[in-house]
Design a protein around this ligand. Structure first.
Ligand SMILES: Cc1cc2nc3c(=O)[nH]c(=O)nc-3n(C[C@H](O)[C@H](O)[C@H](O)COP(=O)(O)OP(=O)(O)OC[C@H]3O[C@@H](n4cnc5c(N)ncnc54)[C@H](O)[C@@H]3O)c2cc1C
Length: 336
């Protein structure tokens, strides 16, 4: 089986949902392409699944990269145990340099386990490459973006996850399609089985289509302060309320409103971050916003690093003042 991954190369583990390769896999392929050019390595894409033939030939056609489908029971939905078993079987003796995955619920669950099985080093949530040739290094944020780590991976095999939003999706017109190989997967120990995926609840206005998002974080402090967020959102047409994971964990919002790597990816015209520190996990979901306004009491908050307008204020006093000003402004307009 392992003779299929023949040359020393880069392998990308594709993520798929409802029969489609996810957009973040396209971003992961961009890093693979960049790394491949630096190190003169080819990239092979692996799609575990049960009926991935169409996806495999489409992906081989749009990327020009070779695609291996691992086909077998237990791989239809992501299941760590089954994926690990299938991938280790294929990759353990292959001549590999890099195994790259998107930094999603699948990627950060699978990557460290795969690294242990393959005796590889592992870096997660990579945002940039640096250096040249064999001395290439990986950059990732730490402490909610307050510092950037530069990491060199010293082992022969390396496992990397790519933070969503850090690379554009691969967009190439290959001269010829890559080869497709489908291999069966038989041995599965069956300690666990993924039985389904349930969509989180929908918001009143689709976050991914909103022109304006007012997002709240832990800085909201208590549920009683929720009305200021909804009122601020209410002054904009085509607006929606979003939240950080901390605000969802606090029970103030349902998880359908969460923005970030484990929530929604949004790119509104205006994003107003209220009491959000700016963790890399949150920023990954909103950094495509055209304009960012951040309200935070901490002048050193990481969110200010990507904000166009930085307001160092307490949101519970600032937003009511802003709303009052807006109210006066609209009354003035009405009377003119
Ligand atoms: C695997 C993984 C996946 C994750 N996925 C996501 C994700 O998808 N989305 C996400 O958001 N997070 C995600 N997280 C969590 C993330 O790491 C942070 O913990 C989270 O984003 C922090 O949320 P926050 O900014 O609301 O809270 P905090 O980091 O606690 O920040 C609160 C901010 O509010 C400010 N503040 C306090 N009081 C006020 C006030 N009165 N007025 C104004 N400002 C005030 C503070 O100065 C602070 O900057 C993930 C974490 C992990 C490990």
């Amino acid at each position: 089986m392992n003779e299929i991954v023949k040359k020393k190369q880069i392998v990308v583990i594709a993520e798929h949902r409802q029969g489609n390769i996810t957009p973040v896999t396209g971003e992961t392929l961009s890093l693979a392409r960049e790394l491949g050019r630096i190190l003169d390595l080819e990239t092979t894409i692996i799609i575990p699944g049960i009926s991935m033939e169409n996806q495999a030939s489409h992906t081989a056609g749009t990327t020009g990269m070779n695609v291996i489908g691992i086909k077998g029971e237990g791989l239809e939905l992501y299941n760590c145990e089954a994926y690990l078993e299938a991938l280790t079987g294929l990759l353990k003796t292959a001549d590999l340099h890099y195994i790259i995955l998107p930094h999603t619920a699948m990627g950060y669950d699978l990557a460290p386990r795969l690294a242990v099985r393959l005796k590889a080093s592992c870096i997660t949530a990579v945002e940039q490459l640096s250096g040249k040739g064999e001395s290439v290094t990986f950059l990732r944020s730490q402490w909610n973006g307050k510092i950037i780590l530069e990491v060199a991976l010293l082992t022969e095999r390396k496992v990397v996850t790519v933070l969503p939003g850090s690379w554009p999706a691969l967009d190439e017109k290959p001269e010829k399609p890559g080869q497709v190989t489908i291999i069966p997967f038989e041995s599965f120990t069956k300690h666990s089985k993924t039985t389904g995926i349930k969509e989180a609840g929908r918001t009143e206005f689709d976050l991914t289509k909103a022109d304006v998002i007012v997002a709240a974080g832990r800085g909201l402090r208590k549920e009683e302060n929720l009305p200021v967020i909804y009122e601020l959102s209410g002054i904009f047409p085509k607006s929606a309320v979003g939240a950080s994971r901390a605000a969802c964990d606090a029970g103030w919002f349902d998880y359908g409103r969460q923005i970030g790597i484990t929530g929604k990816t949004v790119s509104p015209k205006l994003y107003i971050a209220c009491g959000i520190s700016g963790s890399t996990q949150h920023i990954a979901g909103m950094k495509g916003s055209q304009m960012v306004v951040a309200i935070n009491t901490d002048p050193a908050a990481s969110i200010f690093g990507i904000a166009d307008y930085c307001i160092v204020e307490d949101l519970t006093t600032f937003i009511p003042c802003l709303l009052e000003e807006y109210g006066i402004f609209s009354r003035r307009q009405d009377s003119e």
